[in-house]
Design a protein around this ligand. Structure first.
Ligand code: ADP
Ligand code: MG
Length: 362
């Protein structure tokens, strides 16, 4: 089911100060997609999710789920949470420790007064789906973090909602388990005819899981797009910076040709991807570290976008070195192959193809 949010506003008053948690948010979430709200802590992700679920009352705007308006300030419509037919997985899982796995998962059906036989069947089906068959009688506290997470998922799925919402569901897991569960979750959700709204501040989680991402900042949605667009082709400096490590270099547009825009920057004249910026516009040149591939030999490099610099620092991170290369006054982050044998102080050269020189507004 698709979701449409229009002009949504929510303010909180705290210590006499007004906080605009949602500042006129418009959002369209297509049916059957994994849609992520990504942004730094405090940007309004949870508030937006809680408004969609009905746990928070907005000040203005409208929320539509499928064909039904579930909240509208102007039309005075409020559909209570339990009638919105949503499933929700919270950060803390909120599973009940004194109940067994079966009772935790059965709960949403029991409150809906579903017949016992049907409850048993649907719980069994859902537990098998999340690979927890045989755990029915186990107290919820006797489960690992990953298993508890799956109980929470099963409980959210058991009533077969058309929309499932997740608020940072993996943030309590350790790094390795988080990666595994992320993969599982992606597989689970992709196999369902379901719309998933996923809230996280973790960019890798967002990139790995999502069909589409909306990046939020201070109660606003800054940009929406598929993960590759958000990562490689963001429209704003904020998104380019937030979504991954990036070298952000001040630059001024010199000229635009049919397929390239040329800028003058702190690392010299650079041919970048085509933009519509007028000559003279101050912009930011975004260079991802993975596209800076230094070598000792500058012989075979093209006459443009080829730079020389000095290795300043090298940090071993397992599969590569994170290196800093000084070009004039600018330090550029780069990912360096461990077998290059570079040492700090080495002179290196590299060429950055124009398609990897991305220009955004200053
Ligand atoms: P996020 O989930 O992105 O971290 P939240 O939606 O929780 O952000 O919060 C957005 C802003 O609203 C923050 O500044 C937060 O402090 C504030 N806020 C959220 N809930 C309340 C509340 N119940 N009372 C006062 N301020 C709140
Ligand atoms: Mg939150």
């Amino acid at each position: 089911m698709e979701i449409q949010v229009t002009g949504l506003q929510k303010r909180f008053v705290s210590d006499g100060k007004v906080i605009s948690a949602l500042d006129n948010v418009d959002l369209h979430i297509p049916a059957n997609t994994i849609f992520t709200l990504l942004g730094p802590s405090g940007c309004g992700k949870t508030t937006l999710l809680r408004c969609i679920v009905g746990l928070e009352t907005p000040d203005a705007g409208e929320i539509r789920i499928g064909d039904e308006i579930v909240w509208s300030a102007r039309k005075k419509i409020y559909v209570p949470t339990e009638k919105r037919k949503l499933g929700m997985v919270f950060q803390t899982y909120a599973i009940w420790p004194h109940m067994t796995v079966f009772d935790n998962v059965a709960y949403p059906l029991q409150t809906r007064k579903v017949a016992e036989k049907e409850i048993a069947e649907r719980v069994a089906k859902t537990l098998s789906f999340v690979q927890l068959e045989g755990f029915e009688g186990r107290p919820a506290t006797k489960l690992s973090g990953g298993q508890q997470q799956r109980v929470a998922l099963a409980r959210a799925l058991v009533a077969e909602p058309k929309v499932i919402l997740f608020d940072e569901p993996l943030s309590n897991l350790d790094a390795k388990l988080r990666e595994e569960t992320r993969k599982e979750l992606k597989t689970f959700l992709s196999g369902l005819e379901i719309t998933a709204i996923y809230v996280t501040h973790d960019r890798l989680e967002a990139l790995a899981l999502s069909d589409a991402i909306s990046v939020m900042r201070s109660g606003n949605i800054v940009e929406t797009g598929d993960p590759k667009k958000i990562y490689f082709n963001s429209e704003s400096r904020f998104v380019a910076d937030f979504i991954g490590r990036s070298n952000l270099i001040p630059a001024t547009v010199e000229s635009s040709a049919a397929d390239e825009t040329v800028v003058d920057s702190a690392i010299g004249k650079i041919r970048g991807r085509k933009t519509d910026f007028a000559p003279g516009t101050e912009v930011t040149l975004c260079l991802r570290p993975e596209f800076i591939r230094p070598s000792r030999d500058s012989g075979a490099m093209p006459a443009f976008n080829s730079l020389r610099g000095t290795v300043e620092t090298l940090l071993f991170v397992g599969d590569a070195y994170e290196g800093e290369i000084r070009v004039g006054q600018t330090l550029l982050m780069s990912r360096i192959d461990p077998d290059t044998g570079f040492k700090p102080g080495d002179m290196v050269s590299f060429h950055v193809p124009p398609e990897h020189c991305h220009l955004v507004a200053k």
